[in-house]
Design a protein around this ligand. Structure first.
Ligand SMILES: [Zn+2]
Length: 277
């Protein structure tokens, strides 16, 4: 059963993602015209011109998605046929995270917890105080500078993170840090699928971009191909040393799974050091 998010056309983001969407029934490739609404990657409201299948009716819907300084406010509603006889409806859920994919995650959590009998009020309270402290969408402050870390492990994830940074309303910088991924067995061709070109106008407007880590070379190659001027920096401390400003610029650190742990350990140290001084 496919669930997706309903938004007003005015709120609709430009679809991003590099995977060609395919019909889950017959496997035919779907293009933009086959979507009435597409959020990113293959997610959205599709219909297949080959086998005439279409996205199934919604069981649970997130709607009225409002961006607020803390993240999102959303309403969750049931469709007419309640899944498992449960009531999923809950309004004004504050999601203290950025990234549209978090709305999808939240819907999954709402469905799972409601099926387990979690009351709407408890769900709302727990979500509003969600603070995972695992490096995903984690906020730090080092020397007066706000820093946010997040993980990306494939082109879709990287593209979502780039999109999130681009929407930041004040000064910012972006750093991509990647350490060796043993499961790639040396093949990092997928890095070429990251749409770094989305950053081009931001870079032209003065947004600094950094890249580094154990596998900096594929990042260098993909950034160059996208005509993005970026500086090599292998650690957060390297990035901070190169950021010649007074700390007013928020830093987004996008790290792959293999780099995130050492990035967070470094930020814990840097944050503790600057608090003491
Ligand atoms: Zn089909």
């Amino acid at each position: 059963m496919v669930r997706y998010i309903r938004q007003d056309e005015s709120q609709r983001d430009k679809p991003i993602g590099v995977e060609s969407p395919r019909c889950p029934v017959c496997g035919a490739e779907l293009d933009e015209d086959d979507y009435r609404l597409r959020h990113y990657s293959q997610l959205g409201c599709w219909s297949c011109p080959s086998c005439k299948s279409a996205a199934p009716a919604l069981d649970v819907v997130a709607s009225n998605i409002r961006e607020v300084p803390e993240g999102f406010l959303i309403d969750i509603a049931d469709s007419t046929e309640q899944l498992g006889g449960r009531d999923f409806a809950v309004n004004d859920v504050l999601v203290p995270c950025t990234g549209l994919y978090m709305v999808y995650n939240l819907l999954a959590v709402r469905i799972a917890t409601a099926l387990l009998g979690c009351p709407a009020e408890v769900f709302r309270d727990v979500v509003a105080t969600f603070d995972p402290k695992n490096g995903r969408l984690q906020e730090y402050a080092v020397g007066g500078r706000a820093i946010m870390t997040n993980m990306a492990k494939n082109p879709v994830g990287f593209n979502q993170n780039i999109h999130m940074a681009l929407k930041y309303p004040a000064l910012y910088a972006v750093a991509f840090l990647m350490d060796d991924m043993v499961e790639c067995n040396g093949d990092y061709s997928w890095v070429d699928g990251i749409e770094f070109s989305m950053l081009r106008s931001a870079v032209e407007a003065g947004v600094p971009v950094f890249y580094g880590g154990e596998i900096a070379d594929p990042l260098d190659r993909a950034l160059s191909a996208a005509q993005i001027t970026a500086e090599r920096a292998d650690t957060v401390a390297d990035v901070l040393a190169k950021l010649a400003d007074d700390g007013a610029r928020k830093l987004f650190v996008i790290a792959n799974y293999h780099a995130l742990e050492r990035v967070c350990a470094e930020l814990d140290r840097l944050q503790a050091t600057t608090k003491q001084s």
